[in-house]
Write a protein that binds this ligand. Structure first.
Ligand code: PMP
Length: 360
C-alpha cells in the first residue's frame, strides 16, 4: 500500500500500524459487534479504552502520582483561555515568554483575564531563536510562567527549560509532546492538542499538578479543571474515537521502545534534513538559529521566491505533501513528527539535494 510522504504540520501523519489496527477493529471492537464510535461513553468497553489511554500516557511520560491527566476538547486554543481562567491570580498577574505566534495567542487570551507581563520575547529578531535563559525575567511573585516548548510555525524548540522554583511553569507542548524525554515534575501544567504526536484532532491532553486544581464557582463548569478531574474527563461526552486512536498511538509508541527510542529516531530524522540544508552552501537557508532548531518542524527558504515555488511544485509532483511554510511566514516547512518514517525523511533529503544540483 502506497502511503503519502506526509509532512503536514497537524493534523499530521499517523503510524500505518495504528490505522490498520483501527481498520481491523472498525466494525467490531473487541467482540462488541459495534465500532468504538457507537459505544456508550459510560460502557465498560469504552471505560477500558479511556483508562488505557491515560495509563499509557502516564507510563510513557513517567508522570508522577501528584499529577492528573485530562482529555479535553477545544484544542490547545481553549487552553490559552482555561489556563488563565483557572490559574491566574489577578493580584499577581502572569508571565509569558514569546517565541512565536502561538505564544502570542496564549498571551492575548490571558490579557482578557488579568494582568500579564512579557518575561522575554524573540519577536524583534523574527522569532529565529529561543531566548537565552539569562535573558528571561519574571516578577518575583507571579501566578505562573508560560512558554511554548516547540514553535510549530518558526521551527524553534526549547532545549532547556527555565528553573522557575515555586512558580508553576505552564507549557504548550502541542507540537513536541512525547517526542523526547522530559521531566514532568518541572512543570505545573502541560497541554497539547493531539493532532501532531498523539493522534487525531479532537482531543487535547492536559497534565496538571494536583495542588493547582482549585474549585471556583464563578467559572463556567466546562472551563474548570476541577470539573474534569472530578469526573475523570467524563463530565460530558468525550471525543471517544479520538481517545481510542490516542490509545493506539500510545501503544505503538510503547511497542517502538518508548519515548527514549522515539527521541533517538527523531534526532536521526531531523539530522538528515538539517544536513541537506547545512551542506547546500547557502542554497537552502534554515529559519531557526542552530541552537534553537526544532526536531519536529524544519523551516527553510531557497534563494528566491521563484525557486521556492518551483521547489514546492516539483516536490508536490513527487508526492511530498505539506511542505509549504505556514501562510504567515512563507518558505518551506517539513514537519517530521513521531509517526513520519525515517525513510520519508531520507527521501526528502535526497530530493532536496537533487533539486539543488539541477537548479544552482
Ligand atoms: N499551540 C501550538 C504550538 C500549535 O502548533 C497549535 C496548532 N498548530 C496550537 C497551539 C493550536 O492548537 P489547536 O488547533 O489544537 O487549538
Amino acid at each position: 500500500m502506497v502511503r503519502a510522504y506526509n509532512f503536514n504540520a497537524g493534523p499530521a501523519a499517523l503510524p500505518e500500524e495504528v490505522l490498520l489496527k483501527a481498520q481491523k477493529e472498525f466494525l467490531d471492537f473487541e467482540g462488541s459487534h459495534m465500532s468504538v464510535m457507537e459505544l456508550s461513553h459510560r460502557s465498560k468497553e469504552y471505560s477500558r479504552v479511556h483508562d488505557r489511554a491515560s495509563a499509557l500516557l502516564r507510563e510513557l511520560m513517567e508522570i508522577p502520582e501528584d499529577y492528573e491527566v485530562l482529555f479535553l476538547q477545544g484544542g490547545a486554543s481553549l487552553q490559552f483561555s482555561m489556563v488563565p481562567m483557572n490559574l491566574l491570580d489577578k493580584n499577581l498577574g502572569a508571565s509569558y515568554i514569546l517565541t512565536g505566534s502561538w505564544s502570542e495567542k496564549a498571551l492575548k487570551e490571558a490579557k482578557k483575564v488579568g494582568p500579564v507581563e512579557v518575561a522575554a520575547s524573540t519577536k524583534e529578531s523574527g522569532y529565529h531563536a529561543i531566548p537565552a535563559l539569562a535573558d528571561i525575567q519574571w516578577k518575583q511573585e507571579t501566578s505562573y510562567v508560560h512558554l511554548t516548548s516547540n514553535n510549530t510555525i518558526y521551527g524553534t524548540q526549547w532545549k532547556e527549560f527555565p528553573q522557575t522554583g515555586h512558580i508553576p511553569l505552564i507549557t504548550d507542548m502541542s507540537s513536541d509532546i512525547l517526542s523526547k524525554k522530559i521531566d514532568v515534575s518541572r512543570f505545573g501544567l502541560i497541554y497539547a492538542g493531539a493532532q501532531k504526536n498523539l493522534g487525531p484532532s479532537g482531543v487535547t491532553v492536559v497534565i496538571i499538578r494536583k495542588d493547582l486544581i482549585k474549585h471556583d464557582d464563578s467559572l463556567p463548569t466546562m472551563l474548570s479543571y476541577d470539573t474534569h478531574v472530578n469526573s475523570r474527563s467524563l463530565y460530558n461526552t468525550p471525543p471517544t474515537f479520538a481517545i481510542y486512536l490516542l490509545s493506539l498511538v500510545l501503544e505503538w509508541t510503547k511497542d517502538h521502545g518508548g519515548v527514549s527510542q522515539i527521541e533517538k529516531l527523531n534526532k536521526e530524522k531531523s539530522a538528515l534534513i538539517y544536513n541537506a540544508i547545512d551542506e547546500s552552501s547557502g542554497f537552502y537557508t534554515g529559519h531557526a538559529d542552530r541552537d534553537s532548531r526544532s526536531d519536529m518542524n524544519i523551516t527553510f527558504t531557497l534563494p528566491s521566491s521563484e525557486l521556492t515555488k518551483q521547489f514546492l511544485q516539483e516536490a508536490a509532483n513527487e508526492g511530498f505533501i505539506g511542505l509549504s511554510g505556514h501562510r504567515s511566514v512563507g518558505g518551506c516547512r517539513a514537519s517530521i513528527y513521531n509517526a513520519v518514517p525515517l525513510e520519508h525523511c531520507l527521501t526528502l533529503a535526497e530530493f532536496m539535494k537533487n533539486f539543488q544540483k539541477t537548479n544552482s
